[in-house]
Design a protein around this ligand. Structure first.
Ligand SMILES: [Zn+2]
Length: 419
Protein backbone atom coordinates (compact mmCIF):
# COMPACT_ATOMS: atom_id res chain seq x y z
CA UNK A 1 0.00 0.00 0.00
CA UNK A 2 2.76 2.42 1.01
CA UNK A 3 4.66 1.55 -2.15
CA UNK A 4 1.59 2.31 -4.25
CA UNK A 5 1.13 5.63 -2.49
CA UNK A 6 4.77 6.52 -3.13
CA UNK A 7 4.39 5.65 -6.81
CA UNK A 8 1.21 7.72 -7.04
CA UNK A 9 2.91 10.71 -5.41
CA UNK A 10 5.91 10.34 -7.74
CA UNK A 11 3.64 10.36 -10.78
CA UNK A 12 1.78 13.39 -9.44
CA UNK A 13 5.01 15.28 -8.84
CA UNK A 14 6.35 14.47 -12.33
CA UNK A 15 3.14 15.66 -13.93
CA UNK A 16 2.68 18.67 -11.67
CA UNK A 17 6.29 19.88 -11.95
CA UNK A 18 7.54 19.17 -15.48
CA UNK A 19 9.60 22.34 -15.11
CA UNK A 20 12.31 20.24 -13.46
CA UNK A 21 13.10 19.12 -17.01
CA UNK A 22 15.50 21.26 -19.04
CA UNK A 23 15.49 20.77 -22.81
CA UNK A 24 18.62 21.95 -24.62
CA UNK A 25 18.47 22.52 -28.38
CA UNK A 26 22.03 21.79 -29.48
CA UNK A 27 23.53 22.82 -32.82
CA UNK A 28 26.16 20.09 -32.51
CA UNK A 29 26.98 17.50 -29.85
CA UNK A 30 30.63 16.48 -29.84
CA UNK A 31 31.52 12.93 -28.82
CA UNK A 32 35.23 12.97 -27.92
CA UNK A 33 35.38 9.16 -27.64
CA UNK A 34 34.19 8.62 -31.21
CA UNK A 35 35.66 11.90 -32.51
CA UNK A 36 32.30 12.68 -34.11
CA UNK A 37 29.61 15.38 -34.06
CA UNK A 38 25.84 14.80 -34.15
CA UNK A 39 24.06 17.87 -35.55
CA UNK A 40 20.75 19.36 -34.34
CA UNK A 41 20.16 17.33 -31.20
CA UNK A 42 17.89 17.77 -28.22
CA UNK A 43 19.23 16.94 -24.76
CA UNK A 44 16.71 16.41 -21.97
CA UNK A 45 18.05 16.97 -18.47
CA UNK A 46 16.14 15.93 -15.39
CA UNK A 47 17.13 15.88 -11.72
CA UNK A 48 20.72 16.77 -12.52
CA UNK A 49 21.17 13.94 -15.00
CA UNK A 50 21.01 13.48 -18.75
CA UNK A 51 17.69 11.80 -19.47
CA UNK A 52 17.76 11.46 -23.24
CA UNK A 53 19.64 12.71 -26.31
CA UNK A 54 18.30 12.54 -29.85
CA UNK A 55 17.47 14.47 -33.03
CA UNK A 56 13.69 14.38 -32.72
CA UNK A 57 12.74 14.11 -29.07
CA UNK A 58 9.47 15.72 -28.07
CA UNK A 59 9.94 18.42 -25.45
CA UNK A 60 7.60 17.87 -22.49
CA UNK A 61 5.14 20.73 -21.88
CA UNK A 62 6.39 23.01 -19.12
CA UNK A 63 10.04 22.08 -19.63
CA UNK A 64 12.57 24.91 -19.56
CA UNK A 65 14.11 25.21 -23.01
CA UNK A 66 17.62 26.46 -23.64
CA UNK A 67 18.47 27.45 -27.19
CA UNK A 68 22.04 26.47 -28.05
CA UNK A 69 21.22 25.75 -31.68
CA UNK A 70 24.23 27.80 -32.83
CA UNK A 71 26.59 26.20 -30.34
CA UNK A 72 28.76 23.09 -30.10
CA UNK A 73 28.32 21.07 -26.90
CA UNK A 74 30.66 18.60 -25.24
CA UNK A 75 31.08 17.01 -21.79
CA UNK A 76 32.34 19.31 -19.02
CA UNK A 77 36.15 19.55 -18.96
CA UNK A 78 38.38 17.96 -16.33
CA UNK A 79 41.82 18.97 -15.09
CA UNK A 80 43.47 16.16 -13.14
CA UNK A 81 46.39 18.11 -11.67
CA UNK A 82 45.64 21.39 -9.97
CA UNK A 83 46.49 23.09 -6.67
CA UNK A 84 43.46 25.23 -5.97
CA UNK A 85 44.58 26.80 -2.70
CA UNK A 86 48.08 27.66 -3.89
CA UNK A 87 49.44 30.67 -5.70
CA UNK A 88 53.18 30.48 -5.93
CA UNK A 89 55.13 33.68 -5.64
CA UNK A 90 57.36 33.94 -8.68
CA UNK A 91 60.28 36.28 -9.18
CA UNK A 92 62.13 37.99 -6.35
CA UNK A 93 63.75 35.91 -3.63
CA UNK A 94 60.68 34.58 -1.81
CA UNK A 95 61.20 30.86 -1.15
CA UNK A 96 58.51 28.32 -1.95
CA UNK A 97 57.65 27.95 1.73
CA UNK A 98 57.20 31.67 2.48
CA UNK A 99 53.43 31.53 2.12
CA UNK A 100 53.23 29.24 5.18
CA UNK A 101 54.11 32.32 7.24
CA UNK A 102 51.80 34.72 5.42
CA UNK A 103 48.59 32.83 4.69
CA UNK A 104 46.31 31.05 7.15
CA UNK A 105 44.59 27.78 6.39
CA UNK A 106 41.28 29.68 6.20
CA UNK A 107 42.65 32.12 3.63
CA UNK A 108 44.01 29.20 1.61
CA UNK A 109 40.60 27.56 1.66
CA UNK A 110 38.90 30.74 0.47
CA UNK A 111 41.37 31.06 -2.39
CA UNK A 112 40.66 27.42 -3.23
CA UNK A 113 36.93 28.13 -3.41
CA UNK A 114 37.50 31.20 -5.58
CA UNK A 115 39.75 29.28 -7.97
CA UNK A 116 37.30 26.37 -8.08
CA UNK A 117 34.46 28.69 -9.05
CA UNK A 118 36.57 30.49 -11.67
CA UNK A 119 37.49 27.16 -13.25
CA UNK A 120 33.88 25.99 -13.24
CA UNK A 121 32.88 29.22 -14.99
CA UNK A 122 35.53 28.51 -17.65
CA UNK A 123 34.16 25.01 -18.29
CA UNK A 124 36.09 22.76 -15.89
CA UNK A 125 33.32 20.83 -14.15
CA UNK A 126 35.66 18.31 -12.46
CA UNK A 127 38.97 18.99 -10.77
CA UNK A 128 41.47 16.67 -9.10
CA UNK A 129 43.52 18.69 -6.61
CA UNK A 130 46.87 17.09 -5.84
CA UNK A 131 47.80 18.60 -2.50
CA UNK A 132 49.54 21.66 -1.10
CA UNK A 133 46.11 22.36 0.32
CA UNK A 134 46.90 24.30 3.50
CA UNK A 135 46.52 21.55 6.12
CA UNK A 136 43.45 19.91 4.54
CA UNK A 137 41.71 23.26 3.89
CA UNK A 138 40.38 21.98 0.58
CA UNK A 139 38.51 19.12 2.24
CA UNK A 140 36.20 21.77 3.68
CA UNK A 141 35.87 23.55 0.33
CA UNK A 142 34.77 20.28 -1.24
CA UNK A 143 32.36 19.60 1.63
CA UNK A 144 30.78 23.05 1.33
CA UNK A 145 30.27 22.60 -2.43
CA UNK A 146 28.83 19.12 -1.91
CA UNK A 147 26.48 20.50 0.75
CA UNK A 148 25.14 23.01 -1.78
CA UNK A 149 26.50 26.07 0.05
CA UNK A 150 28.35 27.19 -3.08
CA UNK A 151 28.42 26.36 -6.78
CA UNK A 152 31.63 24.58 -7.68
CA UNK A 153 33.10 21.78 -9.74
CA UNK A 154 33.30 18.18 -8.57
CA UNK A 155 36.50 18.28 -6.52
CA UNK A 156 38.69 15.32 -5.64
CA UNK A 157 41.27 16.03 -2.97
CA UNK A 158 44.65 14.56 -2.00
CA UNK A 159 45.27 16.30 1.34
CA UNK A 160 48.88 16.20 2.48
CA UNK A 161 51.51 15.12 -0.02
CA UNK A 162 53.52 12.08 1.12
CA UNK A 163 57.25 12.27 0.38
CA UNK A 164 60.68 11.27 1.69
CA UNK A 165 61.99 13.52 4.51
CA UNK A 166 61.62 17.21 3.73
CA UNK A 167 58.60 17.22 1.44
CA UNK A 168 59.38 19.56 -1.44
CA UNK A 169 61.37 21.94 0.73
CA UNK A 170 65.08 22.41 0.30
CA UNK A 171 67.80 23.60 2.66
CA UNK A 172 65.61 24.62 5.60
CA UNK A 173 67.97 25.13 8.58
CA UNK A 174 67.45 22.53 11.34
CA UNK A 175 66.61 25.31 13.84
CA UNK A 176 63.35 25.95 11.95
CA UNK A 177 62.07 22.42 12.46
CA UNK A 178 60.11 20.32 9.98
CA UNK A 179 57.49 22.99 9.26
CA UNK A 180 56.82 21.57 5.78
CA UNK A 181 54.64 19.04 7.62
CA UNK A 182 51.91 21.68 7.38
CA UNK A 183 51.39 20.33 3.84
CA UNK A 184 53.52 17.17 3.65
CA UNK A 185 53.93 13.91 5.53
CA UNK A 186 57.45 12.47 5.78
CA UNK A 187 57.53 8.76 4.94
CA UNK A 188 60.90 7.04 4.89
CA UNK A 189 59.94 3.40 5.47
CA UNK A 190 57.11 1.20 4.22
CA UNK A 191 55.49 1.35 7.66
CA UNK A 192 55.59 5.16 7.69
CA UNK A 193 54.10 5.11 4.22
CA UNK A 194 51.17 2.98 5.33
CA UNK A 195 50.54 5.25 8.30
CA UNK A 196 50.68 8.38 6.13
CA UNK A 197 48.16 6.93 3.67
CA UNK A 198 45.83 6.03 6.54
CA UNK A 199 46.15 9.52 8.04
CA UNK A 200 45.14 11.13 4.75
CA UNK A 201 42.18 8.82 4.30
CA UNK A 202 41.09 9.52 7.87
CA UNK A 203 40.97 13.25 7.09
CA UNK A 204 38.81 12.66 4.04
CA UNK A 205 40.96 12.56 0.90
CA UNK A 206 39.84 10.92 -2.35
CA UNK A 207 43.25 10.17 -3.81
CA UNK A 208 46.79 9.61 -2.48
CA UNK A 209 49.57 11.85 -3.81
CA UNK A 210 53.21 10.87 -3.47
CA UNK A 211 56.28 12.84 -4.45
CA UNK A 212 58.95 10.34 -5.47
CA UNK A 213 61.95 12.31 -6.66
CA UNK A 214 62.08 15.90 -5.52
CA UNK A 215 65.33 15.30 -3.58
CA UNK A 216 68.69 13.61 -4.23
CA UNK A 217 67.04 10.56 -2.57
CA UNK A 218 63.82 8.99 -3.83
CA UNK A 219 61.06 6.56 -2.89
CA UNK A 220 62.02 2.88 -2.93
CA UNK A 221 60.00 0.20 -4.69
CA UNK A 222 58.88 -1.20 -1.32
CA UNK A 223 57.68 2.23 -0.15
CA UNK A 224 55.68 2.76 -3.35
CA UNK A 225 54.19 -0.74 -3.09
CA UNK A 226 53.18 -0.13 0.54
CA UNK A 227 51.35 3.08 -0.43
CA UNK A 228 49.60 1.42 -3.37
CA UNK A 229 48.56 -1.58 -1.29
CA UNK A 230 47.17 0.56 1.51
CA UNK A 231 45.41 3.02 -0.83
CA UNK A 232 43.90 0.40 -3.14
CA UNK A 233 42.48 -1.56 -0.22
CA UNK A 234 40.69 1.64 0.80
CA UNK A 235 39.44 2.23 -2.77
CA UNK A 236 41.79 5.17 -3.47
CA UNK A 237 43.98 5.70 -6.52
CA UNK A 238 47.63 6.75 -6.18
CA UNK A 239 49.14 9.66 -8.14
CA UNK A 240 52.90 10.11 -8.08
CA UNK A 241 55.05 13.11 -8.92
CA UNK A 242 58.12 11.70 -10.65
CA UNK A 243 60.32 13.03 -13.44
CA UNK A 244 62.15 9.92 -14.64
CA UNK A 245 65.11 7.61 -14.01
CA UNK A 246 65.24 4.90 -11.35
CA UNK A 247 62.55 6.64 -9.28
CA UNK A 248 60.15 6.34 -12.21
CA UNK A 249 60.99 2.62 -12.52
CA UNK A 250 60.04 2.17 -8.85
CA UNK A 251 56.81 4.11 -9.34
CA UNK A 252 55.80 2.16 -12.46
CA UNK A 253 56.81 -1.24 -11.02
CA UNK A 254 55.02 -0.31 -7.81
CA UNK A 255 51.70 -0.29 -9.69
CA UNK A 256 50.53 3.30 -9.17
CA UNK A 257 47.53 4.70 -11.04
CA UNK A 258 49.09 7.81 -12.57
CA UNK A 259 52.53 9.25 -13.19
CA UNK A 260 52.49 13.05 -12.78
CA UNK A 261 54.92 15.14 -14.88
CA UNK A 262 57.18 12.32 -16.15
CA UNK A 263 59.12 14.83 -18.26
CA UNK A 264 62.11 12.48 -18.71
CA UNK A 265 60.36 9.12 -19.18
CA UNK A 266 61.95 6.81 -21.74
CA UNK A 267 59.99 4.99 -24.46
CA UNK A 268 60.57 1.78 -22.52
CA UNK A 269 59.04 3.27 -19.38
CA UNK A 270 56.08 4.60 -21.38
CA UNK A 271 55.54 1.15 -22.90
CA UNK A 272 55.57 -0.43 -19.45
CA UNK A 273 53.00 2.13 -18.28
CA UNK A 274 50.81 1.27 -21.24
CA UNK A 275 51.05 -2.46 -20.49
CA UNK A 276 50.10 -1.86 -16.85
CA UNK A 277 47.32 0.64 -17.64
CA UNK A 278 49.08 3.47 -15.78
CA UNK A 279 47.97 6.96 -16.82
CA UNK A 280 50.36 9.75 -17.74
CA UNK A 281 49.30 13.16 -16.43
CA UNK A 282 52.06 15.03 -18.19
CA UNK A 283 51.45 18.60 -16.92
CA UNK A 284 52.96 19.59 -20.26
CA UNK A 285 54.01 23.14 -19.47
CA UNK A 286 54.24 25.64 -22.34
CA UNK A 287 57.48 27.57 -22.85
CA UNK A 288 55.79 30.86 -21.90
CA UNK A 289 55.15 29.53 -18.39
CA UNK A 290 58.49 27.73 -18.02
CA UNK A 291 60.09 31.14 -18.60
CA UNK A 292 58.24 32.42 -15.52
CA UNK A 293 58.84 29.37 -13.31
CA UNK A 294 62.55 29.16 -14.23
CA UNK A 295 64.54 26.13 -13.11
CA UNK A 296 62.67 25.79 -9.79
CA UNK A 297 65.87 26.09 -7.80
CA UNK A 298 67.91 23.90 -10.14
CA UNK A 299 65.47 20.97 -10.35
CA UNK A 300 64.79 21.66 -14.04
CA UNK A 301 67.10 22.39 -16.95
CA UNK A 302 66.68 25.92 -18.39
CA UNK A 303 63.35 26.58 -20.22
CA UNK A 304 64.93 26.54 -23.68
CA UNK A 305 66.14 22.99 -22.99
CA UNK A 306 63.10 21.70 -21.10
CA UNK A 307 60.33 23.04 -23.37
CA UNK A 308 61.28 20.91 -26.42
CA UNK A 309 61.83 17.89 -24.14
CA UNK A 310 58.27 18.20 -22.82
CA UNK A 311 56.81 18.42 -26.33
CA UNK A 312 58.92 15.46 -27.40
CA UNK A 313 57.82 13.36 -24.40
CA UNK A 314 54.15 14.11 -25.11
CA UNK A 315 54.65 13.19 -28.78
CA UNK A 316 56.32 9.89 -27.77
CA UNK A 317 53.65 9.11 -25.18
CA UNK A 318 50.92 9.62 -27.76
CA UNK A 319 52.77 7.44 -30.27
CA UNK A 320 53.27 4.65 -27.71
CA UNK A 321 49.58 4.87 -26.83
CA UNK A 322 49.85 5.25 -23.07
CA UNK A 323 46.58 6.42 -21.48
CA UNK A 324 46.70 10.14 -20.79
CA UNK A 325 44.68 12.70 -18.85
CA UNK A 326 44.94 16.48 -19.09
CA UNK A 327 46.60 18.10 -16.09
CA UNK A 328 48.19 21.50 -15.80
CA UNK A 329 49.71 22.13 -12.36
CA UNK A 330 49.19 25.88 -12.90
CA UNK A 331 49.96 27.85 -9.72
CA UNK A 332 51.44 31.08 -11.08
CA UNK A 333 49.79 34.44 -11.65
CA UNK A 334 50.23 36.42 -14.86
CA UNK A 335 48.80 39.94 -15.26
CA UNK A 336 45.60 40.10 -17.35
CA UNK A 337 45.25 36.32 -17.49
CA UNK A 338 42.93 34.13 -15.44
CA UNK A 339 44.05 30.78 -14.11
CA UNK A 340 41.80 29.19 -16.74
CA UNK A 341 43.57 31.19 -19.50
CA UNK A 342 46.87 29.81 -18.23
CA UNK A 343 45.46 26.26 -18.25
CA UNK A 344 44.21 26.62 -21.82
CA UNK A 345 47.75 27.77 -22.78
CA UNK A 346 48.76 24.10 -22.32
CA UNK A 347 46.73 23.21 -25.42
CA UNK A 348 49.52 24.68 -27.56
CA UNK A 349 51.90 21.95 -26.35
CA UNK A 350 49.38 19.22 -27.21
CA UNK A 351 48.95 20.70 -30.69
CA UNK A 352 52.70 20.99 -31.21
CA UNK A 353 53.08 17.33 -30.15
CA UNK A 354 50.71 16.39 -32.97
CA UNK A 355 47.82 15.11 -30.84
CA UNK A 356 44.54 15.40 -32.81
CA UNK A 357 41.79 17.60 -31.36
CA UNK A 358 39.44 14.69 -30.64
CA UNK A 359 42.13 12.90 -28.64
CA UNK A 360 42.97 16.09 -26.71
CA UNK A 361 39.28 16.44 -25.84
CA UNK A 362 39.16 12.78 -24.80
CA UNK A 363 42.09 13.46 -22.46
CA UNK A 364 40.02 16.31 -20.94
CA UNK A 365 36.74 14.36 -20.48
CA UNK A 366 36.30 10.58 -20.64
CA UNK A 367 39.94 9.59 -19.92
CA UNK A 368 40.16 11.59 -16.68
CA UNK A 369 36.78 10.22 -15.61
CA UNK A 370 38.31 6.75 -15.86
CA UNK A 371 41.44 7.77 -13.92
CA UNK A 372 39.31 9.46 -11.26
CA UNK A 373 37.09 6.37 -11.03
CA UNK A 374 33.96 8.41 -11.75
CA UNK A 375 33.22 7.23 -15.30
CA UNK A 376 30.00 5.59 -14.18
CA UNK A 377 28.82 9.05 -13.04
CA UNK A 378 30.28 11.62 -15.47
CA UNK A 379 32.73 12.24 -18.31
CA UNK A 380 30.54 11.54 -21.36
CA UNK A 381 27.16 12.82 -22.56
CA UNK A 382 25.26 9.62 -21.86
CA UNK A 383 21.72 9.12 -20.51
CA UNK A 384 21.89 8.35 -16.80
CA UNK A 385 25.13 10.28 -16.22
CA UNK A 386 25.42 13.68 -14.54
CA UNK A 387 24.50 16.62 -16.76
CA UNK A 388 27.95 18.27 -16.83
CA UNK A 389 27.78 20.06 -20.17
CA UNK A 390 29.67 22.94 -21.77
CA UNK A 391 29.03 24.77 -25.04
CA UNK A 392 30.97 27.12 -27.30
CA UNK A 393 30.31 28.95 -30.58
CA UNK A 394 32.77 26.86 -32.66
CA UNK A 395 33.50 23.17 -33.13
CA UNK A 396 36.43 22.15 -30.87
CA UNK A 397 37.24 19.25 -33.22
CA UNK A 398 38.06 21.84 -35.93
CA UNK A 399 40.12 23.95 -33.53
CA UNK A 400 40.76 22.82 -29.96
CA UNK A 401 41.43 26.45 -28.96
CA UNK A 402 37.64 26.94 -29.26
CA UNK A 403 37.51 25.69 -25.65
CA UNK A 404 38.65 29.17 -24.64
CA UNK A 405 35.30 30.46 -25.91
CA UNK A 406 33.11 28.28 -23.68
CA UNK A 407 30.05 30.44 -22.88
CA UNK A 408 27.62 27.88 -21.45
CA UNK A 409 28.29 25.71 -18.40
CA UNK A 410 25.90 23.25 -16.81
CA UNK A 411 26.96 21.39 -13.68
CA UNK A 412 24.85 18.54 -12.29
CA UNK A 413 21.95 19.90 -14.37
CA UNK A 414 22.27 23.44 -12.99
CA UNK A 415 22.99 26.25 -15.43
CA UNK A 416 26.07 28.07 -14.16
CA UNK A 417 26.40 30.44 -17.12
CA UNK A 418 24.78 30.88 -20.51
CA UNK A 419 25.47 32.94 -23.63
ZN1 LIG B 1 51.59 19.70 -8.86
Amino acid sequence: MLKRLALFLTLISIQAFPQNIIAIRAGGVVDPVKGSVARNQIILVQDGKIKEIGPSLSIPAGATTVDLSHEWLCPGLMDTHVHLTLTEVTGGNAPFESFYLKESSTYRGLRGLRNAQDLLHAGFTTIRDLGNDGNYALEDVRRSVQAGMFDGPTILTAGKIIAPFGGQSTSIPPEQGPFWRYEYIDADTSEEMRKAVRQNIYYGVDVIKLVADNSPYHLSLDEVKAAVDEAHHAGRAVAVHVYGGEAADNVIDGGVDSVEHGFFLTDQQLQKMKAKGIFLVGTDTPRSQLDIVGTSGGIFPPPEVLAPKIINRLRRAYRVGVKMAFGTDTVIEVPNKTRADLMFDYLSVWREAGVPAADILKCMTSNPAELLRINQERGTLTPGLAADIVAMPANPLDDIESLRKINFVMKNGKIIRRP
